[in-house]
Write a protein that binds this ligand. Sequence first.
Ligand code: DC
Length: 210
Amino acid sequence: MPLVVAIDGPAGSGKSSVSKAVAERLGFGYLDTGAGYRAFALHAINNPDIPLEELLKSFDYEISLDPQKAQVLVGGEDVTSEIRTQEVASRVSEFARKPRVRTLQHQDARSRVALCGLDGVVSEGRDLTTVVFVDAGVRILLTASEEVRLQRRSAEKTESTENLKARDASDSKVVEFMAPAEGVKLIDTSHLSFEESVEAVIAEIERSRA
Ligand code: DC
């Protein structure tokens, strides 16, 4: 098994950009588990008349573990940009709350990591430290104040304030994303620069290997 670095955090905590940078720096793979939920949401949006069970059966997707590409395919089609639209962002939580969708995503994340053949994988999401990779070599919860998270999202121009707040409220009904489980290192990035956040995560990985 590769060394699994499991990083959880809410939208706007910096977990995606930090996780990607850490993976690149260490030559590890990068698994964005949110992309799997977004890919499913896109599949459901594109097939509005198909029942959930059928959608789950016909859901064929791939996520590249290359941190520089982080490419996502649905039915063989590159949807890497499409899964970042406002429409997907506004509907993803609705699908991510469904237990069958979560079970599928959990299984897929575990098998992608187990079969990747790499030395390490930095995986990021919401419930990796608490559910999916509870035995990961490194478990981190990245947080940031709501104010900072909103500022970051508006600077990225990727998501409206209203949507981010609604998604936070909806997401928090699934699992307790914000409370660190035992043994999880809490890193608050509110007052850290991007580089400092990357260094803080790498320091934690090095501590675990020492
Ligand atoms: O990290 P993100 O914003 O791309 O995640 C998209 C959605 O997927 C998010 O609103 C909640 C859900 N998600 C989840 O429920 N569990 C995960 N491990 C990752 C994402």
